[in-house]
Design a protein around this ligand. Sequence first.
Ligand SMILES: Cc1cc2nc3c(=O)[nH]c(=O)nc-3n(C[C@H](O)[C@H](O)[C@H](O)COP(=O)(O)OP(=O)(O)OC[C@H]3O[C@@H](n4cnc5c(N)ncnc54)[C@H](O)[C@@H]3O)c2cc1C
Length: 298
Amino acid sequence: MYDLIIIGGGPAGITAAATAINQRLETLIIAERWGGQTTYAMQLEDMEGRETITGETLLDAFRRQLDYLDFVRDFDTVTKVMPVEKNFVVDTVRGDRYEGRTLIMATGAKPQRLNVPGEARLAGRGLSYSATTHAGLFLGKDVAVVGKGRRAQWATAGLARKAHQVYLMAPEPLPDTPLVHKLRQRSNVEISEGVVVKEVGGERFVENIVVTMPGGEECAVPVKGVFVKLPRTPNSDLVREWINCDGDGHIIVDVNCATNWPGVFAAGDVTHVSEQALVHIGEGAKAAISAYHYLLMH
Ligand SMILES: Cc1cc2nc3c(=O)[nH]c(=O)nc-3n(C[C@H](O)[C@H](O)[C@H](O)COP(=O)(O)OP(=O)(O)OC[C@H]3O[C@@H](n4cnc5c(N)ncnc54)[C@H](O)[C@@H]3O)c2cc1C
């Protein structure tokens, strides 16, 4: 019987495991692989002297703490999680079954890609999935944001404070919210609704985004950056039947990363907390400390 089972080996899961081990909890972390979605850096033509810290670099110190403790980790896929009395039983693809007194869900979310020519080739060369991390590299430049939901709106608002011009390319009409209203009033934000992205163009770095406008005309909009902010699917299926989730499937947690189910905590992109590796490193540590406090009291 483990004190704590953590599912997921991204920023949230890795820091949760390192924190739990420091508290001397009998810990098991189960993940398909280390690192989750933290693996690329941004390079731009004129970026000399300006660098972003990659998720990998941030995580490295925590991961190294786990690397030599092979008894705390299992690289496998979890297929089932069940509450059994006050504990939790976890089954994996390879047929292992583990039991824990507490559980941290750190399973992340599935990103939605554009799936157009140029996307994979120019990722990290002007094409980004994180405005929080990369907006500062586009000071005074023209950029495009693709998406329509809350994440796309936040990215547009953030970029409008730094970039010269922001084109928000929404696949469908935007909802009527106070933030969308504000965006419509900004002089350096141009919103197009009902747009289909055909290609991200550029030889070594992003040079344009090719779109079909609602009227049917195709155009190449010159930009130095493209931010993909399409909806993502939280990996919460394992617990969705018995843990409270929001309408999009994010696990609902309180400020201590506790779910509605005693002994179950969640951290990272699987929750509704906004996504950034740096934030989830802290969320994972917080979830582990909450699990530790729970064990002290039960
Ligand atoms: C393409 C892309 C680029 C990004 N760029 C940046 C960036 O530049 N800067 C930044 O701060 N953020 C960036 N983000 C966001 C950031 O990577 C995420 O917010 C962060 O990785 C979330 O951490 P996490 O631990 O919650 O989940 P993840 O990193 O997604 O990790 C989830 C883990 O759970 C495991 N898992 C899931 N289901 C199971 C299962 N059933 N059994 C076993 N294991 C399972 C996975 O294998 C993985 O190890 C980017 C995201 C994407 C998709």
